[in-house]
Structures are given as structure tokens and as C-alpha cells.
Design a protein around this ligand. Structure first.
Ligand code: FAD
Ligand code: NAI
Length: 475
């Protein structure tokens, strides 16, 4: 069997396109296959992240935040506005432009790095003598072959039984990003990352938003103190939460959706809304890969089984990103993509799961890295904790955004930083310093002794580090 490519990547999301670029940089003859279509049927590489995830959600979060600021906070600065309006079609159009810029950027990067791009669905055909045949079903059908295959086919929104997504009334992340007019009443099932981000967008634009969550605790994976602070802020903004519910029948009528549920007290309730977003997690996407043709093993949830190095059960077949274990985050997918390309080249690619940052782009933003207080307690680890509120930070006061705090956890004996948890302005940017510190196994004292610019929000991180040793200077 002739070999067309050294490396074939199936899937052009952040895991796949980055793996393809790195493989090409390392000198491999590389192809990337992606099936995502734009509204005109053309290629739209970038996966969930670029098309219906990270990028469009952040575009809408930005637009809606401007609207919220103009409507509720400009007056504090002495800025008056008459007849504030929002043109939803224009807002959605801007978001689509941002998405397209990213799609085009990836096509440009493929050209620049000499990655051959195929627009279509890739599926396994056969393997023989260490060569894999992959069918590409696009405008035409063709079979290509390669020595190394990287599966990066991502994930899809999980639906609730009996309530399929129609993207008109019952919305996945896809429909939630293109509601044509502000719904009067919006229901959200799942108070996770998507529920909070998309709920925030439409609440800021004027929707009456109710979030139904199955678990009794709010943001269970987040440090309890930080989650509590965030919940207080969301309650104040008018997001309504019902925790500990059990969802019953969901009726989708033309005019809206009716959700039957049992509340935490066991009482039967109904929520009637114009639109319903279901954001209860995501499932690995291996549909159409034809894994049986080569015997690629999946687990009971449909994820590709991999070891710590992203190796599958088949020689020279790798898998990265949302389709494998670990957090479903774009930057985690990218790191795995780079590491796999480097391993193929005989290098020692490495992903440190303990320093993968998480960010929830609500207002206030929530960001963290490493372990939280409940995890350290459960592990019986002796630690010291330092917190510093943004209320006592000069830059936060000048910004007019003093919600939240930075919390640092350090080992009681060695002072090594074990986790940092932030709720507040620009937490998404502040967390980067903490990730670097943890990668270098810094102590809280290291951060406390480093000069931070004044006035800046990063001084709150320094002060939280000082607080670990009970010696804050400004609080
Ligand atoms: P994907 O991005 O899902 O890409 C997989 C690609 O493979 C797709 O283009 C798909 O069409 C293609 N494909 C699948 N099967 C085939 C096949 N057989 N042949 C050819 N092509 C195929 N993460 C963050 O880190 N930060 C965020 O702010 C963030 N926001 C998000 C907001 C939303 C609303 C959602 C839904 C997700 C968000 N995520 C965020 C998660 C992030 O989008 C994913 O973790 C990331 O996209 C995973 O990358 P991936 O490459 O593994 O898969
Ligand atoms: P999620 O896992 O973050 O949250 C799902 C929520 O739904 C949980 O709180 C869960 O308890 C609840 N739930 C599950 N089943 C339920 C049911 N039957 N009834 C009621 N509640 C139920 O998943 P989400 O929000 O769908 O997002 C998927 C993933 O996408 C995230 O985990 C994250 O990895 C990624 N993402 C990342 C973002 C970021 O980095 N800023 C933004 C958006 C998504």
C-alpha cells in the first residue's frame, strides 16, 4: 500500500489543527481532514471552539457586557445615554465575522505550514503493514493513506432523553449562540460552564433567565469559597437558580417549551419558557469514524481509550482533545496535539494536567489552577490559605469592579503553591501568572517577593501570596 502522508489528522478543531501544524513544523508530510461547513457549504476549520464554542461565545459575552455597562454602569462615570438599543442581528453578524476571521486564519496557517487540507468526513477503511487507509467523503470521495493517524474528532452537546435539539426552541450551544431575538423567558438546564456563560449573555440583553441544576451544590468542581462568592454575584444580577432538581417531561410546543421538574423539596413544578438551552455536558464524537474497520477501542461512553501519552490500542494511532479523557478545554486539546506530534518525532512531548487553567467567562470571571480547598482537605494535605479581596485593590476600584477575590493555597511545610482560585475582574488574565508559578513549582513567598505593577489587578495576586503568610500590606 503506498503511503501518501506521514501524519493524517482527522478533525480540525484546536486539538487537530494544532497537531497538524506542529507535525508539519517537525518535517512530516501532513494532512488534516475536517468536515465542518460554513453557511455557504465551504470549509470552516476550527471545530466546536471556533464555530460554536469558545470564540462565538466570547464575542457575544463581549457585546452583551458592553450593553450591560452602557445600561447600568456608564452613569457612574457621568456618561449619559438616551434610548439605549441593541440590534441583535448586528450583534450576531459581528460574532459571525469574528468566527470567519478565525476559520480563514486556520486555512492560512495550513498553507503557511504546508499542511494539506481535506474538506470532508474522514473514516477508517483498513490497515495493512503499518499503513492506515482513510476515506475522505467530501464533494467527492477519495482514499488517502498514512503512517500515523491522530484522531481529534471532538465532542457534541449531550441531549436529554425525549427532548432532542431542534435549535429553534430547544437549543444546544449551537442554537444558544444564534437566538434571533431576545427571548422574554429563557430556561437553562445545567448550571455548568455553558449554562452560566450563555445564561449571562441573554440575561444581560434582557431575558428573564432561570437555570435548573440537578446537583444541590453550585459549581461543585470550583473552590467552595469562590463558588459561593460567584453565586452571590449572579443572584444579585438576577440570574435565577433552582438547585437539586430532577427534570421530568419536556414539552416543545411551537410557542415555547414547558419543563416539568421536581424541586429539591420534592415538589412538582413547571417552568414555561420561550427558549430552552440544554447544557448538561458533552459526549465524545466518534460517529462516522468507522472505528470497527481497524479495531480502534472506545470506552463505554464512546471516548477513544488512550494512555497518558494519547496512544490508542493501535500502533501509530493517537487521539487528543475532547474525544479522550480529561477536561474538555481547547487549550488542553492544543497541548495534547503538540505533545503527540512531538512524540511521533521521537521527542518527549508532555502535558501537565495539574496546571491546566480553567476559566468561566462570566462577570465576574472565575478562574483557577491546581487544587481547591475541598480537594486538599480530602487528601489530608496540610496547607495554608491566603485571600485578598478586589475591594482593597486600587485598580479594581478605578475600574468600578470590586467583586471577588484571589485565593492562594500553599503547602504548609514547603510553601509550594498548590492552587490559585480567582473570582473577579480579568480573572482569565490573572490566572496566567499563577499557572507559570505552578509550572516552575514556585512558593507563595516567590510571588510575594516579585514586584507587580501599580495600580494593577495583579497586585491582588501578590497580596493573596502575602496573605498566605498573614502579612498583607493593603488589607
Ligand atoms: P472540536 O473543537 O470539537 O473539533 C473537532 C472537529 O472534528 C470538528 O470540526 C468536527 O467537525 C471534526 N470532525 C469530527 N468527526 C470528523 C470526521 N470523522 N471527519 C472529519 N472531521 C470530523 N474551551 C476553552 O478552553 N475555553 C472556552 O472559552 C470554551 N468555550 C466553549 C464554549 C462553548 C459554547 C462550548 C460548546 C465549548 C467551549 N469550550 C471552551 C470547549 C472547547 O470548544 C473544546 O474543548 C474544544 O473545541 C475541543 O477541541 P477538539 O479539537 O478536541 O474538538
Ligand atoms: P458542564 O459539565 O460544565 O455542566 C453541566 C451541568 O449540568 C453540571 O452542573 C451538571 O450537574 C448539570 N447536569 C447534568 N445533567 C443534568 C440533568 N439531567 N439535569 C439537570 N442538571 C444536569 O457542561 P456544559 O456546561 O454543557 O459544558 C460542557 C463543557 O464545555 C464544559 O465542561 C467545558 O469543558 C467546556 N466549556 C468550557 C468553557 C470555558 O472554558 N470557558 C465554556 C463552555 C464550555
Amino acid at each position: 500500500m503506498p503511503i501518501n502522508y506521514d501524519v493524517i489528522v482527522i478533525g480540525g478543531g484546536p486539538g487537530g489543527y494544532i497537531a497538524a501544524i506542529r507535525a508539519a513544523q517537525l518535517g512530516f508530510n501532513t494532512a488534516c481532514i475536517d468536515e465542518w461547513k460554513n453557511s455557504k457549504g465551504g470549509p470552516a476549520p476550527g471545530g466546536t471552539c471556533t464555530n460554536v464554542g469558545c470564540i462565538p461565545s466570547k464575542a457575544l459575552l463581549q457585546s452583551s457586557e458592553h450593553f450591560e455597562q452602557a445600561g447600568h454602569h456608564f452613569a457612574d462615570h457621568g456618561i449619559g445615554l438616551k434610548d439605549l438599543t441593541i440590534d441583535i442581528a448586528k450583534m450576531l453578524g459581528r460574532k459571525d465575522t469574528v468566527v470567519k476571521q478565525n476559520n480563514d486564519g486556520i486555512l492560512y496557517l495550513f498553507k503557511k505550514n504546508k499542511v494539506t487540507f481535506f474538506h470532508g468526513r474522514g473514516s477508517f477503511v483498513a490497515s495493512k503493514d503499518g499503513v492506515y487507509e482513510i476515506n475522505v467523503a467530501g464533494a467527492a470521495s477519495e482514499v488517502i493513506s498514512g503512517k500515523h493517524i491522530i484522531v481529534a474528532t471532538g465532542s457534541n452537546a449531550r441531549a436529554l432523553p425525549g427532548a432532542p435539539f431542534d435549535e429553534e426552541n430547544i437549543l444546544s450551544n449551537d442554537g444558544a449562540l444564534r437566538i434571533p431575538a431576545v427571548p422574554k423567558k429563557l430556561g437553562v438546564i445545567g448550571a455548568g460552564v455553558i449554562g452560566l456563560e450563555m445564561g449571562s449573555v441573554w440575561r444581560r440583553l434582557g431575558s428573564d433567565v432561570t437555570v435548573l441544576e440537578g446537583l444541590p451544590t453550585f459549581l461543585g468542581a470550583v473552590d467552595e469559597q469562590i463558588a459561593k462568592e460567584a453565586k452571590k454575584a449572579f443572584d444579585k444580577q438576577g440570574l435565577k437558580f433552582e438547585m437539586g432538581v430532577k427534570i421530568g417531561e419536556i414539552k416543545n410546543a411551537k410557542k415555547g417549551v414547558s419543563v416539568a421538574y421536581t424541586n429539591a423539596k420534592g415538589e412538582a413544578q413547571t417552568l414555561d419558557v420561550d427558549k430552552l438551552i440544554i447544557s448538561i455536558g458533552r459526549t465524545a464524537n466518534t460517529i462516522g469514524l468507522n472505528v470497527d474497520a481497524v479495531g480502534l477501542k472506545l470506552d463505554e461512553r464512546g471516548m477513544v481509550i488512550v494512555d497518558d501519552d494519547c496512544k490508542t490500542n493501535l500502533p501509530n494511532v493517537w487521539a487528543v482533545g475532547d474525544v479522550v479523557r480529561g477536561p474538555m478545554l481547547a487549550h488542553k486539546a492544543e497541548e495534547e496535539g503538540v505533545a503527540v506530534a512531538e512524540r511521533i518525532a521521537g521527542q518527549h512531548g508532555h502535558v501537565n494536567f495539574n496546571t491546566v487553567p480553567w476559566v468561566i467567562y462570566t462577570s465576574p470571571e472565575i478562574a483557577w489552577v491546581g487544587q481547591n480547598e475541598q480537594q486538599l482537605k480530602a487528601a489530608g494535605r496540610a496547607y495554608r490559605s491566603g485571600t485578598f479581596p478586589f475591594m482593597a485593590n486600587g485598580r479594581a476600584r478605578a475600574l468600578g469592579d470590586t467583586t471577588g477575590m484571589v485565593k492562594m493555597l500553599a503547602d504548609a511545610a514547603t510553601d509550594e503553591i498548590l492552587g490559585v482560585h480567582i473570582v473577579g475582574p480579568f480573572a482569565s488574565e490573572l490566572i496566567a501568572e499563577c499557572v507559570v508559578a505552578m509550572e516552575f513549582r514556585a512558593s507563595s513567598e516567590d510571588i510575594a517577593r516579585i514586584c507587580h505593577a501599580h495600580p494593577s489587578l495583579s497586585e491582588a495576586t501578590k497580596e493573596a501570596a502575602l496573605a498566605v503568610d498573614k502579612r498583607t500590606l493593603n488589607f
